[in-house]
Design a protein around this ligand. Sequence first.
Ligand SMILES: CC(C)(COP(=O)(O)OP(=O)(O)OC[C@H]1O[C@@H](n2cnc3c(N)ncnc32)[C@H](O[C@H]2O[C@H](COP(=O)(O)OP(=O)(O)OP(=O)(O)O)[C@@H](O)[C@H]2O)[C@@H]1O)[C@@H](O)C(=O)NCCC(=O)NCCS
Ligand SMILES: Nc1ncnc2[nH]cnc12
Length: 278
Amino acid sequence: MVTSARNELESISRAAYNALIFEVRLSPKPGLVDERNNGSHSDMSVDTFLSSADALLPYFINYAKLGYEHADDDMGALFIKLRDEGILAEEAMFNATNGVNTHKGANFTFALFLGALGFIFKKNGPSVSVQKNELFDIIKQLADGLMNDFERENLTNGISTYKKYGAKGVRGEAIMGYPTVQRLLENTSIDENDKFYWHKLLLEIILFAEDANLLHRGGREGLKYAQNLSSELLNSDFQDFENQMIEVDEKFIEKNLSPGGSADLLAIIYFLNKLNLN
Ligand SMILES: CC(C)(COP(=O)(O)OP(=O)(O)OC[C@H]1O[C@@H](n2cnc3c(N)ncnc32)[C@H](O[C@H]2O[C@H](COP(=O)(O)OP(=O)(O)OP(=O)(O)O)[C@@H](O)[C@H]2O)[C@@H]1O)[C@@H](O)C(=O)NCCC(=O)NCCS
Ligand SMILES: Nc1ncnc2[nH]cnc12
């Protein structure tokens, strides 16, 4: 692999790592770990997420390299290589967090995006401006066989949520090409002067995505409650936005709600905004 390609792959992998750091440090967030509190989590803090991100960075680089090195393979073969590497990454994450699930979903999502970007860099050359449509189309191809996961016997939170509510969680997002990410990437140009831009974006993600964490913790009622609070705040006059967000955080915590999936989608949107997407 030529040096310029390696540098590009390492650069986007570090950008993905930085997106995880940005997300956990964004404060206040509803029900989630941030600089103010640990949200609806007794087993996680900012430091847990920082240790987790450090453990994942080497695997992020490997995902991008796998996409680059296997660009001539079929998508099914590339997906299997990404999933195998992702399982090793999950082990490293759990070792770094003493068994706490900080970034399982984020690891999955970034593996798909970094693998797809490595694939595109090999096909089109590095430092190319990536076409959004091509990126999301490759993601959908990689995710094509994911529905088979739901036949599994071992009931993870995601598979239990599917069997109970029909919600496909992060797998569903990948199979559909991350529609919430596409919708928010298209419709919003970042207003650097808006101190609460990212807070508002997180509320929109909670509103549009079907967050399996909210379903797993609060059922359909809990998901609806979280979405109603997010909608109310988005439709308010933002006169006292920070305190309004703190109030929403307290209400999520009261009901033990945590939109972890939505936090991951915020991180991937932050990451994609740093790339030269067309
Ligand atoms: C594909 C897998 C990663 C799915 O594994 P699993 O079935 O075990 O997990 P799921 O519950 O289905 O989802 C995993 C996480 O995905 C996030 N998520 C959920 N809904 C959405 C959504 N609509 N859009 C995007 N992302 C979504 C969410 O992850 C975040 O939350 C977790 C932390 O919150 P917490 O509440 O603590 O979560 P839990 O500990 O599960 O609950 P509690 O016990 O605390 O109540 C954290 O993971 C965040 O990232 C979901 O949790 C897996 O099968 C897989 O493929 N693994 C192989 C390795 C791999 O990833 N391969 C590489 C690519 S192929
Ligand atoms: N900041 C956060 N708090 C809780 N769960 C999360 N999953 C991803 N980011 C998270």
